[in-house]
Design a protein around this ligand. Structure first.
Ligand code: ADP
Ligand code: MG
Length: 583
């Protein structure tokens, strides 16, 4: 008789295969071990790494420790002290619960475990090889646990071959430890590679100091704090000020109930808050902590627990966007004395010394991406609060001048405010326009002389696609034979100006966009505002300058134009004193 072709795999092989799901590189072992230390109630965790984790990973904590019996059980598959049955999954408050980490790590390494539980007189030492206990003896140790993982993957050569070069693996480990540093401000963390200390977060450090340590000063120094609660959700953390954003999403870190997660819902939500404030291809830096009832999330959707499922995704998304928006509004009202130092440079320069949180290959890309030459502009304009200060003195229009037919300079309240007339007007129109569209129907104004437009083939293809959207904005445009259109009415907010030119310009801007991928209404509002706004080079009367300041003051997000460039910048007496070295 032939042998059956199906084999039942041995426990040892099963162990190695499933180990790969939890531990695929040194950094994931570090993550699992630190999670265990945190779950054990430690407030000090020390990580030592040799050759990027391939020869040694040692994690020592001062948590509750293990008894002899627990230490023997801990490395068996599905051994956990954290849940008992399936209902417990709904109220998980620990980082671990699957009982897979220690058994997985032990299966693919030579592992020493030294631990002492408070209730025991002595500690215990256990040595494992390929998951099997080889030695067991009493050991001296203060309360807590030390796990030493040697020669990771020594018995899984295929896995070993897939490891990246040392610097990459080490950066990944530093990223992992960095996230814990951000998630657990009351725990001391130390990361050493050989005899070099890569990170040391003490308990005294504040949240922002920890961000500086992990993400670098260039990011930390341009952030604002937010705290927000809505119903059962609490949100706190730090986010970029709109004028200092980044080229990639590496500095976006989300924690849900102190667990680091990757979540498109959350990064989309953050992006949504900045939407009209960012130039295309720029992203905010975000360190956000969400607290939600544990029954409202499912953390058991992936073996590495990096993904979560929210019970109500839409509400979560909206709440995060609201939280950041509320932060912007608060920033607007912060008095100049208490607000953080105004940034002098963009967050663009390289962030020397900081820990990179994500390697580029793990970034998810937004589908919405249009290539454009985006220039980096940053003036820290959002810190300019003088235009909001209590105006007790009547404004003298003579206090304003126009410089280079582009900047309006105003001297008032011991402060020189400089406004970019185009950017400011663009912001004003954008907000008026968006508001009008929201409370549709939009007020439109009939043109005394309807305007006829003869479009090129390309333009008319775009026009056909968006003519309905134009209607939403308050443009009444009718087809008038092949490739010709007649504009009957226009949105009231645009009552003057060269309407024909505005529409041509918008059509030409749209020709470089993928119309299937953008929010056409919002894009039309932005483009129309941009094209209809006064330009650099337009001479203004005193009355017009004054009115720009007044209208900008009424905007809800006055500090940047819809593309994210600053609208105003200011020089205070304080800065002058520094400049002239009186201070
Ligand atoms: P899980 O964390 O999912 O329970 P692990 O395999 O990571 O599974 O750990 C198994 C068990 O070993 C834990 O439930 C815990 O009881 C114990 N343990 C692991 N690491 C530590 C530690 N550093 N301190 C105290 N107990 C620990
Ligand atoms: Mg665990």
């Amino acid at each position: 008789m032939e042998h059956p072709k199906i084999n039942i795999l041995s426990e040892a092989v099963i162990g190695k295969i499933s180990a790969g799901e939890v531990v695929d590189r040194p950094a994931s072992a570090v993550k699992e071990l630190i999670e265990n230390s945190i779950d054990a109630g430690s407030d000090s965790i020390e990580v030592e790494i040799h050759s990027a984790g391939q020869s040694l990973i040692r994690i020592a904590d001062n948590g509750e420790g293990m008894t002899l019996e627990d230490a023997k059980l801990a490395c068996k598959r599905h051994a956990t002290s954290k849940i008992n049955d399936i209902d417990d999954l709904d109220r998980i408050s620990t980082l671990g619960f699957r009982g897979e980490a220690l058994s997985s790590i032990a299966a693919v390494s030579q592992m020493d475990l030294t631990s002492r539980n408070e209730s025991d007189d002595a500690g215990v030492y256990v040595y494992f090889e390929s998951g099997q206990i080889q030695k067991i003896r009493p050991a001296g140790r203060a309360r807590g646990t030390t796990v030493e993982v040697r020669n990771l993957f020594y018995n899984v050569p295929a896995r070993r071959k897939f490891l990246k070069k040392e610097s990459t693996e080490l950066a990944e480990i530093a990223g992992v430890v960095g996230r814990f540093v951000l998630a657990h401000p009351d725990i001391e963390f130390k990361l050493n590679h050989g005899d070099r200390t890569l990170l040391h977060a003490t308990k005294e450090m504040g949240a922002l100091e920890r961000i500086r340590l992990v993400l670098g000063a260039d990011i930390a120094d341009h952030m604002m704090e937010i705290t927000f609660s809505s119903g059962k959700y609490n949100i706190s953390g730090f986010v970029s000020r709109p004028s200092s954003t980044r080229k990639d999403k590496r500095a976006q870190v989300f924690f849900v109930n102190k667990r680091f997660v990757r979540s498109k819902i959350l990064s989309d939500a953050a992006y949504g808050a900045y939407r009209s404030l960012l130039e295309r291809g720029r992203y905010p830096a975000v360190v956000l902590h969400l607290t939600v009832p544990s029954a409202d999330i499912d953390v058991n959707v992936h073996p590495t627990k990096l993904l979560v499922k929210f019970r109500d995704e839409q509400v979560i998304r909206g709440t995060v966007t609201d939280a950041i928006r509320a932060g912007f509004n608060e920033m607007k009202t912060v008095s100049p004395d208490t607000r953080p130092e105004a940034p002098a440079f963009s967050a663009e320069s390289d962030h020397g010394g900081s820990v990179i949180l994500e390697t580029p290959e793990v970034q998810t890309e937004f589908a919405y991406e249009v290539k454009r030459n985006s220039t980096v502009v940053d003036g820290g304009a959002e810190s300019s609060a003088a235009i909001f200060r209590d105006e007790t003195l009547p404004v003298e229009r003579d206090d304003m001048v126009q410089l280079g037919d582009c900047y309006i300079v105003r001297v008032k309240n011991e402060c020189i405010t400089i406004m970019d007339q185009h950017a400011a007007h663009e912001r004003i129109l954008y907000e008026l326009f968006s508001k009008a569209v929201e409370s549709a129907p939009v007020d439109s104004q009939n043109l005394l002389f309807p305007v006829r437009m003869d479009l090129s083939a390309g333009e008319s293809i775009i026009m056909e696609k968006i003519i309905d959207k134009f209607k939403v904005l308050g443009f009444q445009i009718e087809p008038f034979g092949e490739r010709s259109y007649v504009v009957q009415s226009v949105p009231a907010v645009l009552n003057d100006g060269d309407i024909k030119k505005v529409i041509y310009d918008v059509l030409s801007d749209l020709s470089s966009y993928d119309l299937n991928k953008i929010n056409i209404i919002d894009e039309l509002i932005k483009l129309t505002s941009c094209r209809a706004a006064i330009k650099a080079g337009d001479a203004l009367t005193k009355g017009e300058m004054h009115s720009l300041f007044e209208q900008l003051k009424k905007c809800s997000l006055p500090f940047t134009c819809p593309h994210g460039r600053p609208t105003v910048s200011e020089i205070t007496i304080d800065e002058l004193e520094k400049r002239f070295r009186r201070k």
